[in-house]
Design a protein around this ligand. Structure first.
Ligand SMILES: *Cc1c(COP(=O)(O)O)cnc(C)c1O
Length: 383
C-alpha cells in the first residue's frame, strides 16, 4: 500500500536523539528545546515561540493566555480537525461554529462579520455578549486548512472592530506564506503549530505557540510549565504540564533543518496532482488563491457528491491509501448542540474530499501510480 503520509527521518534525527540519551537530557530541560523554539519562531516570522507537548495543548494554553474563560464562546470554523474545538472545550468554553469560504476552505471573514454584527451586543463592562445564549464571546480561532493560510488581514480587521483576539490554528502550515509574509506575521495575537507524526514537520508529537507579543510568549511559557515562580514549589496560577521534551525537540530540530525541502516536496506533489487531474470531468482541485501560498500539507481532489466512498475503495484495491477528511464539528457528537450559523460550504465540501498519498519522500514511481489510478477510480465510481 502506498501510504497517505509518513515522515522522512533521514536527516540528523537519530544523531540528535543519541545526543539526548548520552547527555541524559531527555525531559523538558535541554538545549534542543530552546533551539527548536528559535527555529519555529524564525520560520513563523515571530519574535518568540514556546514548544509544547502537542498542537492541542498549544491551542489550549494559548486560549487560556488570551483570556478565554469558562462559559465563554469562541468562534471556530466548523470545518476543522476536532482538536481545535476540543481545545476550546478544555478551556471551559464552547465553540461558536461558523462557515468557511469556498475559495480557501478557511474561516469566511464576511460570515464572521455578519454573525458578530447580528448576534452580539456590547455590555456596559465592554465585553461582547452573544445575545441568544447570554455568553461572553472572547476569541476567534482562524484555522489554516490543510496548510492553507486563512485570510488573516480580513479576519483581524473584523475581530479588531469587535475587540476580539485572533488565534491562528496553523497546525500544518509552517512554510506557507500569506501575502508574501511568513505564516505567523500579523496572523493574530498568536499562531499555533503541530508537530504530530502526520504533519509535514514532525517531532514525533508536539506543538508550539508563536507570537510577536513577548509578554504573551512569557505567559504561555509560564502556564505550560506549572506556573512555577522561582526555584521552590510556589505556583501563582493553575498551570499545565504541557512542555515539549528534549527528545521530541531533537527530532523537531533535525526536521526544521529541512523545512524548505520538506515543504517543496509537498508542493511538488500538489502541483503534480493538480496538473494531472485538470481535465478530469467533475473533479476539482484543492483551493489555491492569489493571496496565499499553501504549505500543501495534504493533497487530493474534490469529487462529485456521493462518489467518494467508491473512489476510495477503488484506489485502495490498487494499493493506494486514499482517505476521507475532517467531518465538520456540527456533525460531531460533542458539538451537536454548539451554537452555529449557516454552514453551507462546510456541508457541501467535506464529504466530497479525497486525500491522496503525499509523503515528502513519495517516489516518482509511486506518484505516477497514483496519477494513473485516479481517473480509473473516478470512472469506476460513476458507473
Ligand atoms: C493536527 C492538527 C491539530 C492538532 O495537533 P496535535 O499535535 O495532533 O494535537 C489541530 N488543528 C489542526 C487544524 C490540525 O491539523
Amino acid at each position: 500500500m502506498i501510504p497517505l503520509a509518513i515522515p522522512d527521518l533521514s536527516g540528523n534525527e537519530s544523531r540528535y536523539l543519541q545526543e539526548c540519551i548520552d547527555s541524559t537530557y531527555v525531559s523538558t530541560v535541554g538545549a534542543f528545546v530552546g533551539r527548536f523554539e528559535e527555529m519555529v519562531a524564525s520560520a513563523a516570522g515571530t519574535r518568540g515561540a514556546v514548544a509544547t507537548s502537542a498542537g492541542t495543548t498549544a491551542l489550549h494554553v494559548a486560549l487560556v493566555a488570551l483570556g478565554v474563560r469558562r462559559d465563554d464562546l469562541v468562534v471556530v470554523p466548523s470545518f476543522t480537525f476536532v482538536a481545535t474545538a476540543n481545545a476550546v472545550s478544555h478551556a471551559g468554553a464552547t465553540p461558536w461554529l461558523l462557515d468557511v469560504d469556498a475559495d480557501s476552505w478557511t474561516l469566511d471573514p464576511r460570515k464572521l462579520s455578519d454573525a458578530l454584527t447580528r448576534h452580539t451586543r456590547r455590555d456596559a463592562d465592554g465585553s461582547l455578549r452573544h445575545v441568544a445564549s447570554g455568553r461572553r464571546v472572547s476569541a476567534v480561532v482562524a484555522v489554516h486548512t490543510f496548510g492553507h493560510p486563512a485570510d488573516a488581514d480580513s479576519l483581524r480587521a473584523v475581530a479588531d472592530s469587535f475587540g476580539l483576539p485572533v488565534l491562528s490554528d496553523a497546525a500544518a502550515s509552517l512554510g506557507a506564506t500569506y501575502r508574501g509574509r511568513a505564516v505567523g506575521v500579523d496572523a493574530g495575537r498568536a499562531t499555533v503549530f503541530s508537530f504530530n507524526g502526520n504533519k509535514t514537520v514532525t517531532a514525533g508529537g508536539g506543538g508550539a505557540v508563536a507570537s510577536d507579543d513577548e509578554d504573551l510568549v512569557a505567559h504561555v511559557r509560564h502556564l505550560s510549565s506549572t506556573a512555577r515562580v522561582g526555584a521552590d514549589y510556589d505556583h501563582d496560577e493553575v498551570g499545565f504540564n504541557y512542555r515539549m521534551t528534549n527528545l521530541q525537540a531533537a527530532v523537531g530540530c533535525a526536521q526544521m533543518e529541512r523545512l524548505d525541502s520538506l515543504v517543496a516536496a509537498k508542493r511538488r506533489i500538489r502541483r503534480a496532482y493538480d496538473v494531472a487531474f485538470a481535465d478530469l470531468p467533475d473533479v476539482e482541485p484543492f483551493p489555491s488563491v492569489s493571496w496565499a501560498e499553501s504549505a500543501c500539507w495534504f493533497s487530493g481532489f474534490v469529487a462529485p457528491r456521493g462518489s467518494t466512498d467508491a473512489i476510495r475503495a477503488a484506489l485502495r484495491e490498487e494499493g493506494i491509501d486514499a482517505r476521507p477528511t475532517w467531518k465538520p464539528m456540527h456533525l460531531q457528537t460533542p458539538y451537536a448542540d454548539a451554537p452555529r450559523e449557516d454552514l453551507e460550504v462546510s456541508d457541501s465540501i467535506w464529504s466530497r474530499i479525497v486525500t491522496l498519498p503525499c509523503s515528502t519522500g513519495l517516489s516518482d514511481d509511486d506518484l505516477a501510480a497514483v496519477i494513473a489510478a485516479v481517473p480509473r477510480a473516478v470512472r469506476a465510481a460513476q458507473q
